[in-house]
Design a binder for this molecule. Structure first.
Ligand SMILES: [Mn+2]
Length: 330
């Protein structure tokens, strides 16, 4: 990762008092970890800070959020909070459509909007943006910011940042796990992070019901394009009862990606009748980021997503058509 010029952001942080921090809908470990690290820094500087997210928190991250009053909100509340804040800090996305109720109100926001992100593309968020696609996670960028500020990192903040790093890199193994990421991880462990304990807190939280749901979902997994693509489906009726959070979805996708010769795993989640979230994971050869972008979505080379209207069968046909050129018949 090239050195980042944080000057414009530092000036905004210094010269304002009331900050609203948010991240994308269905906040993941990176979003929440980054929010908490930045929240704790600003609070320590005597600023007034509120974290406000759309969507339900995952209980996986309660160990990070339980002492921090995160607000989970609808539109009227978002409007009020945006009137209160002088600066809006958007973490782990630059996509206004991924901001839920805040995204709907953001056009009326009077103050500066700062976005810190590592996704490939930005979509319509008018912000002062630090977007570094080479970064493993937004947490890596927040670490860089805190170090640029020569701010001492305590154990709680280290745990938040470590959560960001490991949840976005599949525990330090994905493509963007650079030597620098491992050095940051080492620094955070030195400060007091206990990786074994943290892994257990984040991942060993499944119930018997979760297991049964995972089995049902994996029952729908099937191969297409010469077994190089695996697709599983969550129907709307199941989604209403059981909403896999980002880490649970990750586990389902990883199970499919572990099959030979699968190169791409896809999870179709019917979030509304005839409306699907498409989650892509790639083993590395196929750029699923570009595939998602061509469908109006976004993400990274190996991990991306999009929303599409239509039945699972229709979407699967579209996907096969899109992907077939990437998998020439051998
Ligand atoms: Mn991220």
């Amino acid at each position: 990762m090239k050195p980042i010029d944080w000057t414009p952001i530092l000036e905004i942080l210094k010269s304002h008092q009331r900050f609203l921090i948010t991240t994308h809908v269905e906040p993941d470990g990176d979003g929440i970890g980054s929010e908490i690290a930045l929240y704790r820094y600003l609070l320590g500087q005597g600023k007034e800070v509120v974290i406000c997210n759309t969507g339900h928190p995952s209980r996986r991250f309660e160990f990070l959020t339980q002492q921090i009053p995160i607000e989970w909100m609808d539109s009227p509340k978002a409007k009020k909070r945006l009137l209160w804040a002088e600066v809006l800090l958007v973490l782990d996305t630059c996509d206004v459509t991924r901001l839920g109720s805040i995204g709907k109100e953001v056009d009326n926001f009077q103050g500066p909007i700062v976005a810190i992100d590592h996704h490939l593309f930005d979509h319509g968020l008018d912000a002062i943006t630090i977007r570094v696609p080479e970064a493993s996670s937004t947490g890596e960028l927040i670490y860089d910011l805190l170090r640029a500020l020569e701010h001492p990192i305590d154990a709680h903040t280290a745990t938040a940042l470590f959560t960001s790093l490991v949840t976005d890199t599949g525990w330090l193994r994905f493509e963007k796990t650079s030597p620098q990421v491992l050095r940051i991880a080492a620094d955070l462990v030195e400060i007091g992070v206990q990786p074994y304990e943290l892994f257990s807190l984040i991942h060993d939280v499944k119930s018997w019901n979760d297991l049964s749901e995972h089995i049902q979902i994996l029952h729908t997994a099937h191969p297409v394009l010469n077994e190089q693509v695996a697709i599983a489906v969550i129907e709307e009726s199941r989604y209403r009862k059981y909403r896999p959070d980002s880490e649970a979805a990750e586990e389902i996708l990883n199970t499919m990606l572990a099959l030979q010769p699968v190169e791409v795993a896809i999870l179709l989640t019917e979030t509304q009748p005839e409306e699907h979230r498409i989650s892509f994971r790639s083993r590395g050869r196929i750029d699923v980021g570009s595939v998602a972008v061509s469908m109006g979505g976004g993400g990274h080379h190996n991990s991306s997503g999009a929303f599409l209207r239509g039945s699972a069968t229709e979407i699967e046909a579209t996907l096969i058509e899109k992907l077939s050129s990437l998998f020439p018949a051998s």
